[in-house]
Design a protein around this ligand. Structure first.
Ligand code: BT5
Length: 330
């Protein structure tokens, strides 16, 4: 079970401070407009400061926001999204075990297509096969998108590729960095992982009830934990500057919306085509593949509309991989 989401009233307080960013807002005025006690206001201000939000003053003098905070509350994101379906409902958590767990739970409770769960910190962020996803507080983007597509469960891999293309496009356009995608779910900068995707679904034979696309992006980490340093990086490490997570989030949700419509209108071949032009892994790449059965060394030859990676063995045999751990062989 996940923790309760951020109280709507905290978001209302942030919204009030943002709208009055140039002035000092008296504490009692905030309390009455938001509809909470003064004690709650000072407690929330303290918590926001702990997340790096610069707020000057105290209850007696009033509060002033020193700059627009980079926290992922709905009031700062939704205004930028227009009529997008993805993100029309945003559930924000300051701290949660995993946004994917929360989104799967909301899916069972009947949450609508396009609902997004986002967190400032995950205490049990997950990768595939139960692996851990390092989710440092306030540095990364941890979000899960709930989709209710009218596809069969067989469409899940193409949705993972769709999320990869949307993430690659977002990060490339925003930062100017050269961003690659490694099949099936890694987004790379300079050969290191800057983002990962975890697709989970709630399905029965032939019928997909809900799919959750979990996306984790390393944005402002000044360094990665030692164990991850050889394989992981952040936008900040690569570009030597920090980025607005709110801006990354808005741009990502828009790209997801755009690519989801492309998938609905043009089909999975259109996504596979985009993926192939965004990834250096799509063709002609020498890779090592590890899966449950074995390790093999192959060369990639293309991507199927189903999302499978076509590879050629050294004996000339060809195969389409549906799962596996891929690394480049140099
Ligand atoms: C993934 O798994 O890459 C999927 C990551 C999905 C994370 C998002 S965050 C929002 C949503 N909520 C969740 O709980 N999860 C999703 P996989 O391909 O299995 O890669 C996991 C491996 O990547 C780990 O075993 C580490 O080696 C490495 N890793 C862990 N944390 C990392 C990080 N922050 N950046 C780069 N690599 C990391």
């Amino acid at each position: 079970m996940s923790l309760p989401s951020t109280e709507h009233k905290i978001d209302k307080m942030i919204d009030l401070l943002v709208k009055n960013a140039t002035v000092v807002v008296p504490g009692p005025k905030i309390a009455s407009q938001v509809g909470v006690t003064r004690f709650a206001v000072s407690k929330w201000v303290k918590m926001l400061r702990g997340l790096g939000v610069e707020i000057r003053g105290h209850m007696g003098t009033g509060y002033q926001l020193m700059k627009i905070p980079d926290i992922l509350v709905p009031s700062l994101i939704q205004g930028e999204l227009g009529a997008s379906e993805i993100g029309h409902a945003i559930v924000h958590h300051f701290r949660i075990d995993s946004t994917n767990t929360a989104a799967m739970y909301l899916a069972q409770e009947g949450a609508a297509h396009g609902t997004v769960v986002v967190a400032e910190e995950q205490t049990a962020g997950r990768g595939r096969f139960g692996r851990e996803w390092h989710s440092e507080k306030s540095s990364g983007l941890y979000l899960s998108v709930l989709l209710r597509p009218l596809f069969s469960p067989a469409a899940a891999p193409i949705l993972t590729l769709m999320a990869g293309v949307a993430t690659q496009q977002t990060l490339g356009a925003l930062t100017g960095l050269s961003v690659d995608i490694r099949w099936p779910n890694d987004v790379l900068v300079n050969g290191k992982k800057v983002a990962g995707i975890l697709t989970e679904m709630n399905a029965e034979l032939g019928r997909l009830h809900a799919i959750v696309l979990g996306i984790g992006i390393n944005v402002n980490h000044s360094e990665m934990p030692a164990a991850l340093r050889p394989i992981a990086t952040s936008l900040r490490i690569e570009s030597l500057r920090t980025w607005s997570r709110v801006q990354v989030c808005v741009a990502l949700l828009k790209e997801l919306e755009r690519h989801y419509h492309l998938l609905l209108e043009k089909g999975s071949a259109a996504i596979a085509e985009r993926w192939a032009s965004a990834s250096s892994y799509a063709a002609g790449k020498r890779i090592r593949v590890v899966n449950a059965e074995a390790e093999s060394f192959v060369t990639t030859t293309g991507i199927d509309p189903t999302g499978a990676l076509r590879v050629r063995y050294d004996d000339g045999r060809e195969e389409a991989l549906v799962a596996g751990e891929v690394t480049e062989v140099k």
